[in-house]
Write a protein that binds this ligand. Structure first.
Ligand SMILES: NC(=O)c1ccc[n+]([C@@H]2O[C@H](COP(=O)([O-])OP(=O)(O)OC[C@H]3O[C@@H](n4cnc5c(N)ncnc54)[C@H](O)[C@@H]3O)[C@@H](O)[C@H]2O)c1
Length: 249
């Protein structure tokens, strides 16, 4: 394993990762599997799920499920299919529909809020009773640096991610006594299909603003996620962990 990867033993842990079939979620799923966890990779893209399944075929503890986080019946069906108690939920599924406020239509706004914010509520609500009452529990929500600082062209996305931060802090307060910690990660610009869709010049301009002079990798976010899910982070609750190379300083 590479030197820059934290190592934890999650062999008695069951994790559910939404949007886990590609990008950041896939890397998180892979790292949990390598650390011994049983992982359910839930995603709405059948194509991405098939590719993930092929790539993870050496991990018998990987399970794959179709899930649309915007559809409460789909979230409920997933919850009902869970055979074992849950310990770790990573609410990672997310989309972008970037446009300046003037050009953004109602559909772009609603879709991003429904996926990136309401989707986290839907999944957590559906699986909440499935968490193991006897063991430490972790909820990790994927926010974004733009939740904290805003971003041109992302009215919908920044609003959704800022909502994720508020929801995370509320759950940290409400669920703490029940054996949960609930934290958010705020990634900066991470190399995935989401950012590959951006024009090359924009990416170069953005990278030039990052003090550590590079885009983030999915492994940077997976490391943060592993830490927050581990026993080493049992006193970290309600935080938003920025993993962004210092881009907003
Ligand atoms: N890449 C970045 O630079 C960056 C920065 C900040 C935050 N994030 C956040 O990290 C998370 C992962 O982003 P990524 O870059 O890996 O994106 P990605 O597009 O590569 O992967 C997102 C995954 O979510 C799935 N998904 C989308 N809508 C869904 C739905 N309704 N139900 C179930 N699954 C759904 C997709 O099929 C896909 O597999 C997102 O929440 C994103 O907002 C990414």
């Amino acid at each position: 394993m590479a030197q820059n990867q934290l190592q934890f033993d999650f062999s008695s842990r069951n994790a559910l990762i939404t949007g886990g079939a590609q990008g950041i979620g896939f890397e998180i799923a892979k790292r949990f599997l390598q650390s011994g966890a049983k992982v359910i990779i839930a995603d709405y893209s059948a194509e991405a799920l098939a590719a993930a399944e092929a790539e993870l075929k050496t991990f018998p503890n990987a399970k794959f499920a179709r899930l649309d986080v915007t559809d409460r019946a789909s979230c409920q069906a997933l919850a009902e299919s869970l055979k074992e108690p849950l310990h770790i939920l990573v609410n990672n599924a997310g989309i972008t529909r970037d446009k300046s406020f003037a050009k953004m239509n109602d559909g772009d706004f609603d879709q991003v809020i429904q996926t990136n914010l309401t989707g986290i509520y839907n999944v957590t609500k559906a699986v909440f009773a499935k968490f193991d009452p006897a063991q430490p529990k972790r909820i990790i929500n994927m926010a974004s640096v733009v939740a904290l600082y805003g971003n041109f062209g992302q009215t919908n996305y920044a609003a959704a991610k800022a909502g994720v931060v508020g929801m995370t802090k509320t759950w940290a307060k409400e669920f703490g006594r029940k054996g949960f910690t609930c934290n958010a990660i705020a990634p900066g610009f991470i190399r995935t299909k989401m950012t590959e869709a951006m024009p090359k010049e924009v990416l170069e301009q953005l990278t030039a603003k990052v003090p550590v002079a590079r885009m983030g990798e999915t492994s940077d976010i997976a490391n943060a996620c592993m830490y927050l899910a581990s026993d080493a982070a049992s006193y970290v609750n309600g935080t938003v962990l920025s993993v962004d190379g210092g881009v907003v300083l």
